[in-house]
Design a protein around this ligand. Structure first.
Ligand code: ZN
Length: 61
């Protein structure tokens, strides 16, 4: 199980909509929107200081 770094949702790598590599680490995303948000500012989401951003995909449970 992987965690979408943008919205902090659990994502199964095999079912992830998108993935990106940053600093040697692979990240998986629940949606293309999360993917785009991440690639626009990867440092923000890999630093671990950004709060979960649910606006990108309309909110998760
Ligand atoms: Zn997401």
């Amino acid at each position: 199980m992987a965690i979408d770094p943008v919205c902090k949702m659990n994502v199964e790598p095999e079912k992830a909509t998108a993935k990106a590599e940053h600093a040697g680490q692979v990240y998986y995303f629940c949606s293309d929107t999360c993917h785009k948000t991440f690639t626009a500012d990867p440092e923000k989401y890999t630093s671990g200081t950004a709060p979960a951003d649910h606006s990108c995909c309309g909110g998760h449970k």
